[in-house]
Design a protein around this ligand. Structure first.
Ligand code: EPU
Length: 363
């Protein structure tokens, strides 16, 4: 177990915010977590689990012990009649897993190419893009209970996936009944209580392209390919994302900053009466999802800045670092990002009566 003090985190978060970890432990295997928890000095300290840092806003130095997830490895864990079950360590980059599966001939993750972040972070917010979400391919995950050091496995139902949501985003509801050894009971939040170590995905042998998303249909028409391969869809998704979303290595950002809000058909009709052009999608459960990017754009925020925090000029849902993401003094601060985020929330609320909810974790 490697414990480091006063560690710069600027290159461990995709916004490029120059905060530090007072204490950081690199986790390269389940044993590192067990040793950490058994340590008389560290074992009872509050922790903060950091993956690729692609979904966090650091508003200052991090006082809890940062567990930096660096468990690596990818393998074909199992083959069933209908699926390839692939497994990756929490510290692998998500995009590397997508590329690795395709290189082995296991299709099914191509729509989720180029999503920043690690494999271990993917289930936390049930990442998704271009018509597919992690839960559509999820098989199970291994995690370690931070209270007991016990390892347990969760299936999709136990993860309670929702839109950019899972059991890992919710605080434990009844801590006095926790822990239950060997398995996590359903319905209890696991935020701060467990750390994901490995993720298994089920990739269908009978693969079919998923081209339901408008941007992909446009790309297909542009390329003139009637029956694309998974590799072609992978390339198209990479092209679409590169054209629309900033590369975090160059312009710091955390992807979509707000979730797309859902409203009732009545609320939506109300908004349409005032703003007929609002982009909205009916959901299976009867609710309507509104495009937050469209609303922020309609409020005139696209391309605007407050301090060194800005609204990306090609996608208003993405807040960016307009400072130097590689410089300690010149980079955006978490405070600047949150000030801009609050100003956007206020103007969207005043115009549409909708409260936008941030997607990243604010620390
Ligand atoms: N729009 C505007 N102006 C803007 C931005 C968007 O008018 O500045 C309109 C677009 O023209 C489009 C609609 O809003 O009609 C939706 O935009 P887009 O297709 O870009 O998708 P999104 O809803 O903004 C979501 C995810 C992205 C994901 C894309 C593609 C959320 C919060 N975001 O964005 O995920 O890549 O769909 O599937 O669900 C992320 O979560 O970090 C992320 C990047």
């Amino acid at each position: 177990m490697l414990v480091e003090k006063n560690v710069p985190l600027q290159h461990c978060n995709t916004f490029g915010i120059a905060a530090r970890a007072e204490t950081l432990v690199r986790v390269r295997g389940e044993d590192d977590i067990r040793h950490f928890l058994a340590d008389p000095l560290w074992g009872r300290q509050p922790v903060f689990v950091l993956g690729g840092g692609s979904n966090v806003v650091l508003t200052g130095d991090v006082a809890p012990v940062v567990l930096k997830m660096e468990i690596m490895g990818m393998r074909l864990a199992q083959e069933t009649d209908r699926h390839w079950i692939v497994e990756a360590g929490a510290g692998e980059r998500w995009h590397d897993m997508v590329a690795w599966t395709l290189s082995r001939g296991y299709a099914g993750l191509e729509n989720m190419a180029l999503i920043p972040g690690t494999v271990g972070a993917a289930p936390v917010q049930n990442i998704g893009a271009y018509g597919l979400e992690l839960q559509d391919r999820f098989e199970s995950l291994d995690a370690v209970d931070l209270a007991t050091g016990e390892q347990f496995t969760l299936d999709a139902a136990q993860c309670a996936f929702g839109y950019r949501d899972s059991v890992f985003k919710h605080a434990p509801a009844q801590p006095k009944y926790w822990p239950v050894q060997g398995s996590a009971p359903r319905g209890l939040g696991l935020k701060g209580r467990a750390v994901i170590t490995r993720v298994r995905l089920a990739l269908p042998k009978a693969w079919k392209p998923d081209l339901g998303y408008l941007d992909l249909q446009r790309k297909q028409a542009e390329k003139g390919v009637e029956h694309p391969t998974a590799r072609q869809i992978f390339d198209w998704v990479c092209e679409i994302r590169r054209a629309k979303l900033p590369d975090p290595e160059v312009i710091g950002n955390a992807g979509s900053f707000f979730k797309n809000p859902t409203v009732t058909p009545e609320q939506c009709a109300d908004i349409i009466a005032r703003d007929p052009k609002i982009v909205h999608y009916p959901m299976d459960d009867g609710s309507i999802k509104l495009a937050a990017g469209w609303m922020i754009d309609a409020c005139g925020w696209k391309g605007k800045s407050m301090g060194r925090a800005g609204v990306y000029d090609r996608q208003a849902l993405v807040l960016v670092n307009r400072g130097n993401r590689h410089s300690v003094d010149g980079s955006v601060t978490g405070g600047e990002v949150m000030t801009l985020a609050k100003a956007i929330q206020t103007s969207v609320y005043e115009r549409f009566g909708i409260r936008l909810e941030p997607e990243p974790v604010v620390v």
